[in-house]
Design a protein around this ligand. Structure first.
Ligand SMILES: O=c1ccn([C@@H]2O[C@H](COP(=O)(O)O)[C@@H](O)[C@H]2O)c(=O)[nH]1
Ligand SMILES: [Zn+2]
Ligand SMILES: [Zn+2]
Length: 241
C-alpha cells in the first residue's frame, strides 16, 4: 500500500496544505479527508477528482471536510458521476446538516445521497474497501462532543485523526500488529486537542521508531533533528507502508 500526503499541515498552516492523504493499492485510490485546501493541492499534484475511487472522512473540521463541496460539484458537473463517500455512520447526519447542506442543495437535490454514494462504516469492524485494502475505524479523543475516527489500514498501518496523546493506545495498537503510525503532531505545547511533540517525545524509543509526524505547523523545519526517533512525513512524498 502506498500513501502520499497531499498535505501535511495543521488547520492554520500556510506553507503546508491540509493534512489529507492519498492511499493507493493496485486498482484503487482512496482520498483520506478532503479539507479546504485539497482541491488546489490535488491539482498541484497533477491529479484530478475523477481519478479517485472514494473518499474516507475522519471528522468534521474544515481542514478535513472543507473541500467536499467542490469534490461533489466537480464530479457532478464535470464528470457526471457521484463520488463514493466512506464515513462513520455517526458522522453522516452532522456532515450533511452542519457542513454541506447549505452549499450543495439546489432544486430537487436535497439529500447527501443526491451528491455522494454514501457507504456507512461502523467502528471496530474490518471493512474491505477494495481487494488489498481494509480499514477499521477507531474512535479517538479530539474535541468533546465531536466524534472523530482514526484508521487502521490492512491491520498494520495506523493513521490518526486529529487526536489527543495516548501512549496506552499506541502501545496497544503495536501489540495488536500495527507497525507504522502516522500521527498528528502539534509542534508547540500544550496539545489540548492534539498530541504535541513534547508528549510524543515521552514515548519509548522502540515505539517512536514506528511514528511519523504529520498535521504540523509552518515552523516544522525548526524541529528537524529534535524529534527523537520519530520522523516528519514530507508533503507529497510517496511512502510504501
Ligand atoms: O480546542 C480547539 C482547538 C481548535 N479548534 C479549531 O478546530 C479547527 C480545526 O482544527 P484542528 O486543529 O485541525 O482540529 C480549527 O479551526 C481550530 O481553531 C477548536 O475548535 N477547538
Ligand atoms: Zn485537523
Ligand atoms: Zn480536528
Amino acid at each position: 500500500m502506498n500513501i502520499q500526503m497531499i498535505g501535511t499541515g495543521s488547520a492554520f498552516a500556510k506553507k503546508y496544505d491540509n493534512n489529507n492523504a492519498l492511499i493507493e493499492v493496485p486498482g484503487f485510490k482512496l482520498l483520506v479527508d478532503c479539507g479546504i485546501t485539497l482541491p488546489k493541492a490535488l491539482h498541484e499534484t497533477n491529479r484530478s477528482f475523477d481519478e479517485l475511487d472514494a473518499v474516507l472522512i475522519s471528522h468534521i473540521h474544515g481542514d478535513h471536510v472543507g473541500g467536499l463541496e467542490e469534490y461533489a460539484f466537480q464530479m457532478m458537473f464535470l464528470y457526471g458521476k457521484k463520488p463514493v463517500l466512506y464515513i462513520a455512520s455517526s458522522l453522516v447526519e452532522p456532515l450533511w446538516e452542519q457542513t454541506l447542506r447549505g452549499g450543495l442543495t439546489q432544486g430537487p437535490l436535497q439529500s447527501i445521497d443526491d451528491f455522494f454514494e454514501v457507504r456507512r462504516l461502523e467502528e471496530g469492524v474490518e471493512h474491505e474497501l477494495h481487494p488489498g485494502l481494509t480499514v477499521r475505524l477507531l474512535q479517538t479523543e479530539h474535541i468533546v462532543g465531536k466524534n472523530s475516527y482514526s484508521f487502521i489500514f490492512n491491520q498494520h498501518f495506523f493513521y490518526s485523526a486529529d487526536m489527543k496523546f495516548s501512549q496506552a493506545l499506541l502501545e496497544q495498537l503495536v501489540e495488536n500488529g500495527v507497525n507504522t503510525i502516522f500521527h498528528d503532531c502539534q509542534l508547540i505545547a500544550p496539545g489540548v486537542v492534539h498530541a504535541c511533540l513534547d508528549e510524543l517525545l515521552t514515548l519509548p524509543e522502540p515505539l517512536q521508531e514506528k511514528v511519523w509526524l504529520m498535521h504540523y505547523g509552518d515552523t516544522m523545519e525548526n524541529y528537524i533533528g529534535h524529534t527523537g526517533k520519530m520522523r516528519f512525513v514530507q508533503q507529497r512524498e510517496i511512502y510504501t507502508v
